[in-house]
Design a protein around this ligand. Structure first.
Ligand SMILES: [Ca+2]
Ligand SMILES: [Ca+2]
Length: 346
């Protein structure tokens, strides 16, 4: 017979050994999960950060760090970590870099890092938090612009990184190097307000063009002469079209013109409504100012407006929308190039 104290000692020893074994396993696992730093990752691979491809050395990269803090409301923490081998903008062969960070869904909210004097390899390690309505996340792009500070002259832009949030897997922490590219000018094309109403029993789709504001100025001596075209696209082909009257010399026209289209209930899912604002010109051809489309293929605010219309039959629903560059919208719609040509003015 084994004494009781011996049994207890053996039991304690076994438990201690098991605990040690468990600690070892946990340590090994954690070590593997630590993200590798300083990998140079191309933007295309962002969608799947675990499968990031290594790309050849690039001359001016910047290291970013993204963390989704909260899903609803969507909160994103953006870390500007460091930049390497920046272009020298000052005569001494150095730059004084700082970074401006914003999301295109709210361009008024901009953050700035401190200025780092006389360096081409600044280490910023600064973090900024953004909050975005959930519906606007797919359409939003994170923009980081690096500038060279100058005390007595205009600050020069060194380059920028644009990261459409729709291309990023926001459920993972992302830490990656991105290449800087030449900065693009942010263009405000304007906003348009219209209401949508669908009555399934009568197959009537009503688009009421209400007004527009902050439209881009298109005429060199004057403002713009806006009018609105409403196109219906069925199965990627232009189907029906209507247009408003022209409002002369204004950037905030008021239309209040309604268009009724007959769309059978079994086709409503296959229809895109394209709304474009044009500048009328007497001498030269009319020019598009901006565009947007609604339908089951749309995203963000436009998709929400469309689905609200479908789930509230017979009720007109009005909403403001931002105009997008016409070529971007045409690309999203996958229209053939010949359909992009402006129609002759009557
Ligand atoms: Ca400078
Ligand atoms: Ca004009």
């Amino acid at each position: 017979p084994v004494p009781k104290w011996a049994l207890i000692t053996i039991a304690v020893a076994v438990v201690v050994l098991l605990l040690l074994f468990l600690i070892c396993i946990i340590r090994c696992c954690c070590r593997k999960k630590k993200p590798k730093k300083k990998e140079r990752v191309s933007l295309q691979t962002v969608g799947n950060s675990t499968m990031a491809n290594l790309v050849p050395w690039s001359p001016v990269p910047i290291l970013l760090h993204l963390v989704t803090l909260c899903i609803a409301p969507f909160k994103l923490k953006v870390g500007v970590k460091q930049a390497a081998e920046l272009k020298a903008m000052d005569s001494g062969g150095t730059s004084d870099p700082y970074v401006i960070v914003y999301l295109t869904s709210d361009m008024k909210k901009r953050y700035e890092t401190k200025v780092y004097r006389k360096t081409l390899n600044p280490v910023f390690n600064e973090y900024f938090t953004f909050q975005v309505p959930q519906a606007e996340v797919p359409d939003s792009t994170l923009v980081m612009q690096i500038f060279d500070f100058n005390r007595f002259a205009k600050h020069d832009i060194i380059g920028e990184v644009r990261l459409p949030l729709a291309t990023v897997n926001l459920q993972h922490v992302i830490e990656q190097w991105s290449d800087l590219v030449a900065a693009r000018k942010e263009e405000q094309l304007g906003e348009i307000c219209f209401s949508l109403r669908y009555v399934p029993s009568t197959s009537k789709l009503t688009v009421l063009i209400l007004e527009a504001k902050k439209l881009k100025r298109m005429d060199s001596h004057g403002l713009s002469d806006p009018f609105v075209k409403v196109h219906l696209i069925l199965n990627r082909k232009k189907w029906k079209k209507k247009k408003t009257s022209v409002k002369k010399n204004t950037l905030s026209p008021y239309f209040n013109e309604a268009f009724v289209f007959e769309v059978p209930f079994n086709q409503i899912q296959n229809v895109d409504v394209v709304i474009s604002v044009w500048d009328h010109d007497k001498v030269t051809k009319n020019e598009p100012i901006g565009k947007l489309f609604l339908g089951c293929r749309a995203t963000g605010k436009q998709l929400r407006h469309w689905s609200d219309m479908l789930s509230n039959p017979r009720r007109p629903l009005a909403q403001w929308h931002s105009l997008q560059p016409p070529d971007v919208v045409d690309k999203a719609l996958g229209l053939k190039s010949h359909l992009k040509l402006p129609l002759p003015h009557r």
